[in-house]
Structures are given as structure tokens and as C-alpha cells.
Design a protein around this ligand. Sequence first.
Ligand code: 4NP
Length: 153
Amino acid sequence: MHKILMVCLGNICRSPLAEGILKSKVNKSLVFVDSAGTAAYHIGNLPDERSIDVAAKYGLDIKNQRARKFVVKDFDTFDFIYAMDKSNYQNILSLARNRVDTQKVKMILNETQPTKNLSVPDPYYGGNQGFEEVYKMLDQACNVIADNLPKSK
Ligand code: 4NP
């Protein structure tokens, strides 16, 4: 089983979209996808309504997701940990115990724009348009991630 973790700050806006989008593109019997936040503010909450709505617009239901906090054990569970922005990236790395942990952590937009270390903008304080833009960026990044994962047995 390949295991992929999407991480943002609150685990209610960006990483739930990344989780839902990647799940829709992979063989679920071969790839496990989850998401988490580096902050504890929203533990147990549903995704933000604006993320639920933009996902639904593109045919994805993410209402089954509940926010959780990133934990050190996630370094053991997951093969790749995708940070949405530079701050998430630094926060995850600050918890890494060794080189193996560190090497699992990637900036998700480097999948589409390699080595640029671009951030997925935090849409929380903006309007619906921000969520639409985030969706499109994550959809493209997840196309690349999915292309590098097994498609069948
Ligand atoms: P996310 O967005 O990290 O994409 O889930 C945010 C959600 C909540 C907050 C900030 C960003 N907040 O400050 O509560």
C-alpha cells in the first residue's frame, strides 16, 4: 500500500481538498490518502463549507472528512507528506526525527512547478474564488502525483 498525507494549517480548507482530489484519481485498493493540519484549532470539524462546495461542484464529496492534527507517528505511517505552503513545510520538518522523516516531506506545488517551492495560498480569509483557484492548483498537482502511483494490480 502506498500512503500519502496532505498537510495544511487547519485541515479544513486546502488539505481536505487535496485528499479528496487525489483519492478520486487513484486505485483505492493500492493507495491510501489522508490529510492533517499542523494546528489544533479545528480538530474534529468538517471541512470548511467553501471547500465542501467547490469539491461538490467538481463531483467530489468530502463531507466524510474530519480535521485532525499532524502527529510525529505520521512519519512512520506515510511514504510522502505533502505540505500546502512554506509554513506548513517548516512546521512539519521541525518535528522530523531523522533524514528518513525529512525526505518524505515535499511542497505539493513542486509537482507541477518543480523546485520553485511555491505555496498554495491560504483561502480561509478570502471568498469563494480563492477556493476555486486552490482547487485548480491541487487538481493539477494531484494529476502528477497520481501518474506516479500504481494504477492496477
Ligand atoms: P487550511 O486553512 O490551513 O487550508 O485548512 C485555514 C483554516 C483555518 C485557519 C487558517 C487557515 N484558522 O486560522 O483558523
